[in-house]
Design a protein. Structure first.
Length: 128
């Protein structure tokens, strides 16, 4: 496996998914916007998993579990935020009988924070 090629693949996918999240946010499709923001974080973390393990990342969606597989020093605060953000991948994939009501304010705040973490993760990929 070409490690650098795989890292680039996941990183590019992450950037594209965050762009889609922003487009969905602009069109007021909050549930899907947050789902794509989660997907963006997931893919950037998978790039780090490859970097840390030299193996294909597992087919999971849990941001905390992925973060634990990396060599990153992630604060407890960020890990708690990732844990809470996991709800959006479940809501996007498996909406239950009672869907979460997502306000525009919540969607904008959470997508903004997700974007900041994606950028932080991206910057960490360029570190030796």
């Amino acid at each position: 496996m070409d490690i650098l090629k795989q890292i680039d693949y996941w990183q590019r996918g992450s950037v594209e998914d965050m762009e889609i999240a922003e487009e969905l946010l602009a069109s007021r499709r909050f549930r899907y916007a947050l789902f794509f923001a989660h997907l963006s974080l997931e893919k950037m973390l998978k790039a780090h998993v490859i970097r840390a393990t030299s193996k294909t990342p597992p087919k999971i969606h849990n941001l905390v579990r992925l973060a634990e597989m990396t060599e990153l020093e992630i604060t407890d605060e960020k890990m708690e935020w990732l844990r809470a953000f996991n709800v959006y991948q479940l809501e996007g994939r498996y909406p239950g009988d009672t869907q979460i009501i997502i306000s525009e304010e919540t969607a904008r705040r959470d997508i903004s924070l997700a974007g900041e973490i994606v950028e932080w993760l991206k910057a960490q990929l360029s570190q030796p």
